[in-house]
Design a protein. Structure first.
Length: 105
């Protein structure tokens, strides 16, 4: 009977040892999973930040292109108005000279 009791105690001790090893292994697996999840999350956050940066750069580039086009169109319009004004002055200049010369006499 004493022998059976010793065997039962040995089996119980071995079972406790196995449970501890399994618990430790489960903890390692859980920690690895947590680390992998953190790594994946960091990687995805980096990717998202890069995508946002690229998107913002494209938007900024488009806005800059639009601004350049609008400035070019405004410049053309201003040049056209200047040419029209110059043409109007040129048409009236001879009459103005004549009036000024006539006023001096």
């Amino acid at each position: 009977m004493d022998n059976i009791l010793k065997k039962m105690l040995a089996v119980e001790a071995e079972a406790e040892k196995i449970v501890q090893q399994a618990t430790q292994e489960a903890e390692k697996i859980r920690e690895q999973g947590r680390l992998q999840a953190n790594e994946w999350s960091n990687k995805k956050q980096t990717q998202l930040a890069e995508e946002v940066e690229n998107f913002l750069q494209r938007q900024l580039s488009q806005a800059e292109n639009q601004r350049q086009q609008q400035l070019a169109a405004a410049e053309q319009q201003l040049q056209k108005r200047q040419q029209d004004f110059q043409a109007q002055i040129s048409l009236r200049l001879p009459a103005l000279r004549q009036a000024l010369l006539g006023a001096e006499s």
